[in-house]
Write a protein that binds this ligand. Structure first.
Ligand code: GUN
Ligand code: ZN
Length: 438
């Protein structure tokens, strides 16, 4: 059998976090900054990483070194919560969650029964991820199976590691967006068989949120999860006060919002709950005990007026957390912009968010939230070679500020405050250059 070995060698300034941590204060000691480094990947995985000086001897003969002397190379950004069908509706005016869903979101999502339309937006969406340095995302599709096929097909063209699933929704939505407990079960099962573990794709069982599923449907979701334990669960939780009151009304027999999901077997190490802005103490305990994860979505929480997420509680309560853009309630695909807003959310609560903690959440911490920290999140040997080449001086103002930066931490913080897609010079997926800014 002949095998083709694809080797990539990249030289430049590298920054990552070497290990996951239990407390924010431990991150500083895990920061790895290699001013003149070399990364060699083979067949998509990191085969060598270290200083250029030491690394040169490991360079296979004939491999061209891609040199980025001016840039900063970090692990690919991980977006732990985003809706691909909402790409076109970013910036929908004037409403909070429940009205926003009815007024803008549901009409938009109705279009995705059309495979050609879903294909078009999926292509745009994947390009937008790449353009923003996002190399892995946990993605909501719509209720239509076509939307899932469209997304995995588009991601597969770049060998992108994506987690996604069909929305399960059988009430409180327009007819064209509703399935039934049985059809949601059968369609999700077929999609799991088709996509989960195929290439780098992974599947997520995706009930939209408790109000749009009957107890019968949530039971079906739980049944599916029991049949496929390594498949993800992805839903919304405790985002908006009216939403929470509605859930308590709809499920009076449950102890609270999270207990609805827990009751139906939907909590666990592969469960990701978007928002969690208003969790009660018992819910924090349940999140910890079940090893469930949170997607913190600052631009969305501010845009929809949902509230201020208490990030420090995730450390205190030992609950996994990643960063989500939540497009289209969120206002940017870009994780630098998302961190810019995360910092302000912390400031409004009298808390700080350091540049290194920010980098952690956007990379290794996000990987941990998705139970993918054995494969993604830093430059450790054997990990998948997804990384971003960042330009620190994409504008005149950024150049002025960066020239005065006091070391790498200050430079990174300024980048996170001012940066956006203009700072993404190139994005590598599985060792291959998948995007370069022109
Ligand atoms: N809760 C239920 N559906 C949605 C959605 O599409 N976006 C957000 N932000 N919250 C939700
Ligand atoms: Zn969402």
């Amino acid at each position: 059998m002949s095998s083709v070995v694809a080797t990539t060698a990249v030289r430049g300034r590298f920054l990552d976090i070497q290990n996951t941590v239990a407390q924010a204060r431990e991150i500083h000691d895990q920061v790895r900054y290699v001013e003149d480094g070399l990364l060699i990947s083979q067949n998509g995985k990191i085969q060598w990483f270290g200083s250029w000086q030491e690394g040169q001897q490991h360079l296979p003969v004939g491999v061209e070194v891609q040199h980025y002397p001016e840039q900063l190379i970090v692990p690919g950004f991980i977006d732990t919560h985003i809706h691909f069908p909402q790409t076109e509706m970013v910036g929908a005016y004037g409403e909070q969650l429940l009205e926003w869903l009815n007024t803008y979101t549901f009409p938009t999502e109705l279009q995705f029964s059309d495979k050609a339309y879903a294909d078009q937006i999926a292509q745009f969406f994947v390009q937008e991820l790449l353009k923003n340095g996002t190399t892995t995302a946990l993605v909501f599709c719509t209720v239509h199976t076509e939307s899932v096929d469209a997304l995995f097909e588009a991601a597969g063209q770049h060998q992108m590691r994506l987690i996604a699933g069909k929305v399960m929704m059988d009430r409180h939505a327009p007819e064209g967006l509703c399935d039934t407990p049985d059809s949601a079960y059968a369609d999700s099962k077929a999609l799991i068989e088709k996509w989960h573990g195929k290439g780098r794709n992974l599947y997520a069982i995706t009930p939209r949120f408790a109000p749009t599923s009957t107890p019968e449907q949530l039971a079906k979701a739980g049944q599916l999860k029991a049949e496929y334990p390594d498949v993800y669960v992805h839903t919304h939780l405790s985002e908006n006060k009216n939403e929470i009151a509605w859930v308590k009304d709809l499920f009076p027999e449950q102890q609270g919002y999270l207990d609805v999901y827990h009751h139906f077997g939907l909590t666990g190490s592969h469960s990701v709950f978007a928002h969690c802005v208003h969790l009660e103490d018992a819910e924090w305990d349940c999140m910890h005990q079940t090893d469930s994860a949170i997607a913190f979505c600052p631009t969305s929480n501010l845009f929809l007026g949902s509230g201020l997420f208490p990030l420090n509680k995730t450390w205190e309560k030992q609950v996994k957390v990643g960063l989500g853009t939540d497009i289209g309630a969120g206002t940017s695909f870009n994780q630098l912009q998302t961190l810019n807003e995360a910092y302000k959310v912390q400031q409004l609560q009298g808390d700080k968010l350091s540049a290194f903690e920010s980098l952690y959440h956007a990379t290794l911490g996000g990987a941990k939230a998705l139970s993918l920290d054995d494969k993604l999140g830093n430059f450790n040997l054997g990990k998948e070679a997804d990384f971003v080449v960042l330009d620190l001086k994409a504008t005149a103002l950024q150049a002025l500020r960066q020239q005065r930066a006091k070391g790498i931490e200050d430079a990174l913080f300024a980048l996170m405050t001012m940066g956006d897609d203009r700072n993404i010079h190139a994005t590598y997926i599985f060792g291959q250059k998948a995007y370069v800014q022109n």
